[in-house]
Design a binder for this molecule. Structure first.
Ligand code: ZN
Ligand code: ZN
Ligand code: ZN
Length: 132
């Protein structure tokens, strides 16, 4: 018997240990929607367009921590994801999508130091990226 990923050793529920762990993490951390997010985003980073050579190299980011809703999760490559979570960043070098996400993530970040911020609205407005 083989797992659907091709590995031979089945651990539980028809899955190998690696797939079983992924599935459990998906349920616990992504409400079982990780694959749906990746599929919607074409298995590519929504910020820079880098595609995941294998599915696991793309990270699903929670726009609102702890909320595993499809429209509040987004696929990012590890590099963009790391930049997003950094508290200090050179914002002028960020792709527009990443900039939006960064502002959302760091509402009190020091973006005005590196970025001309002319909008009258607060930095942390929820941005409707996808249909709810
Ligand atoms: Zn497997
Ligand atoms: Zn990227
Ligand atoms: Zn994240």
């Amino acid at each position: 018997m083989y797992c659907s990923c091709g590995r031979e050793n089945i651990l539980a529920k028809g899955c190998c240990a690696a797939c079983y762990t992924l599935r459990r993490q998906d349920r616990e951390r992504f409400g079982g929607l990780r694959e749906s997010v990746l599929e919607r985003d074409g298995y590519a980073c929504r910020s820079c367009g880098a595609s995941g050579r294998d599915k696991r190299s793309i990270i699903v980011h929670h726009r609102v921590p702890g909320k595993s809703l499809l429209h509040l999760m987004i696929s990012l490559c590890p590099a963009c994801h790391a930049r997003l979570h950094r508290t200090k960043a050179v914002l002028s070098e960020m792709p527009p999508m990443l900039l939006k996400l960064w502002r959302e993530r760091h509402p009190r970040g020091h973006e005005q130091m590196a970025f001309q911020f002319t909008s009258a609205t607060p930095a942390a407005v929820p941005i409707p990226l996808f249909e709810a």
